[in-house]
Design a protein. Structure first.
Length: 294
């Protein structure tokens, strides 16, 4: 196989893996990146190899295998650094910071994510700035630093505007963070509305983000007394998280389990609603939320 064939194969394999990760096909997403790394290394395409390692590391993180995720992202970082690829180094810094957040290593996460913002700003990489700020906002909200979280969401809003209309999912990411913040502040009605409105765009980013959103929305619906809708959405989050093999962020998992226990204790209508939700595909769960938003 020629060098050009290896490069094309690496790009196609990594694209396939990235799509599988985003749409909730962990079996494909796990198997394909290793082939992509081999093909990229065979033709000396450092960026393709680093991107494949990053995709695989992201999947390991979403499945809760944080040590392996960190190892893969560190390997990606070394690959990018050896080639002098500043964009790849910045993405690896972000990825390692997000793994630290998911692990609960908040101080390390903040250090890495703030560095990722700086690296992305130096490269005029507005997308990198936005995803790093969004992760910092999640970190602040998770750690109970709500004033800092509010300031970061304001900064994120400005960065989304600067990024422009080319990235349609970014306004949804902003609404998602706003919704999470309002939930922690006890404004459940606004939180639920913002979370519902962010569903469509967030679905363009990854299935794991959607699963977390569904769990958080179910908690807010329950707080509002919309118990049947809550049971359906929480049932969907439970069923899909199990079938995909993904894990929720610790603070989301805690709220989800507490509310889900209340739903499971109920009889009759709520049990039926939970079963209905747990049988949904991801597309069906999104359609239910969107229909409820209309």
């Amino acid at each position: 196989m020629s060098e050009g064939d290896d490069r094309l194969r690496a790009l196609l394999l990594n694209g396939s893996a990235f799509l599988a990760w985003k749409t909730g096909d962990p079996e494909t997403a796990t198997a394909v990146p290793e082939e992509a790394v081999e093909a990229a290394e065979a033709c000396g395409d450092v960026r393709a190899a680093g991107c494949a390692l990053t995709t695989l590391g992201s999947l390991e993180r979403d499945c809760g295998r944080f040590a392996e995720a960190r190892r893969l992202h560190e390997r990606a970082a070394r690959t990018f650094e050896a080639a002098g690829d500043a964009w790849g180094v910045a993405r690896s810094t972000y990825s390692l910071g997000y793994v630290a957040y998911r692990e609960g290593s908040f101080a390390l996460s903040r250090e890495l994510l703030e560095r990722s913002v700086e690296q992305s700003e130096q490269l005029a990489d507005n997308y990198g700035v936005v995803i790093s700020l969004a992760a910092l906002a999640s970190l602040a909200i998770a750690s109970g630093e709500l004033d800092r979280g509010e300031a970061l969401v304001d900064t994120l809003a400005r960065a989304v505007v600067e990024l422009g209309a080319g990235e349609q999912e970014m306004p949804s990411m902003l609404k998602y963070q706003l919704g999470r913040l309002r939930a922690r502040l006890g404004d459940h009605a606004l939180a639920a509305r913002l979370l519902r409105e962010s569903v469509a765009g967030l679905g363009q980013m990854s299935s794991t983000a959607l699963l977390s959103l569904l769990a958080e929305l179910g908690v807010e619906e329950w707080a509002l007394g919309r118990t049947e809708a809550a049971a359906i959405v929480l049932g969907a989050a439970a069923g899909l998280t199990s079938s995909f093999g993904y894990s929720l962020p610790a603070e989301v998992q805690e709220q989800f389990e507490r509310t889900a226990a209340l739903v499971r204790e109920a009889d009759g209508l709520l049990s039926t609603a939970w079963e209905r939700g747990s049988a949904m595909t991801l597309d069906e769960a999104v359609a239910f939320v969107l229909a409820d938003t209309a």
